[in-house]
Design a protein around this ligand. Structure first.
Ligand code: COA
Length: 189
């Protein structure tokens, strides 16, 4: 499958900067590790994986996990790059293409934009590009995701992009000092 690369001008940016969206590749491993650590450190309530657990993994384990994200267009991470090749945002997609009964349903996961690059439309462009790729390249008919019920910024972003709530999972994650509930959301394509 031919990979793609899209370039946009960043919104609200006084210095003209290009934003490049493309699936991450094998050579992006160290960029991914850096952003993933940042995501787990800055947004622990958002991701199922734990920062200390991730940091304790060997490089080989991290590489093995990483390789599972390189199967575009079925299981991949869409990366947002600025300044040539700095990874500042990402979103994951997966669909089980081997099963005819469920391959019409894709899953979006792991949306994250580095704090210094927020508010410029990067998450919006990542999600829009993931949706159009799922529809046009994989022929998905719906995309599902989960989002914390307290995560207002992401919830509003997904609503604006056409996702609707079809359920709530109570105590979806057990955190220090309590639980997080999650909305189950879907967008039919
Ligand atoms: C949620 C997140 C991905 C948004 O990234 P972003 O690139 O800043 O988003 P965009 O610039 O595309 O903005 C999308 C909308 O969200 C709003 N928004 C973004 N960050 C916000 C924040 N912290 N608080 C309130 N609204 C916010 C923007 O104003 C924008 O709305 P608008 O177009 O109506 O003005 C980013 O804040 C993030 O990584 N958060 C931590 C991880 C997370 O929550 N991931 C989602 C897991 S489900």
């Amino acid at each position: 499958m031919t990979r793609f690369s899209l370039t946009f001008a960043l919104e609200n940016n006084l210095t003209p900067t290009n934003l490049n969206l493309r699936p991450i590749e094998i050579d992006d491993f160290s960029r991914f590790i850096k952003l993933q650590s940042e995501a787990l450190l800055h947004a622990p309530e958002v991701f199922g994986s734990d920062y200390h657990w991730f940091e304790s993994l060997s490089t080989v384990s991290k590489e093995q996990r990483y390789e599972k994200y390189l199967n575009f267009p079925y299981q991949y991470l869409l990366g947002a790059f600025v300044d040539e090749n700095t990874l500042v945002g990402m979103v994951g997609f997966s669909v089980d293409n081997s099963q005819s009964k469920t391959r019409h349903k894709g899953k979006l996961w792991g949306l994250f934009v580095s704090p210094n690059h927020r508010g410029q439309g990067i998450a919006t462009k990542l999600v829009e590009t993931l949706i159009s790729t799922a529809r046009d390249v994989v022929q998905c008919e719906q995309i599902q995701l989960t989002v914390g019920t307290e995560n207002q910024a992401s919830y509003l972003l997904y609503l604006r992009l056409g996702f609707t709530v079809y359920g709530t999972e109570r105590h979806s994650m057990k955190l220090v000092g309590g639980y997080a509930d999650e909305f189950l959301m879907v967008k039919f394509l």
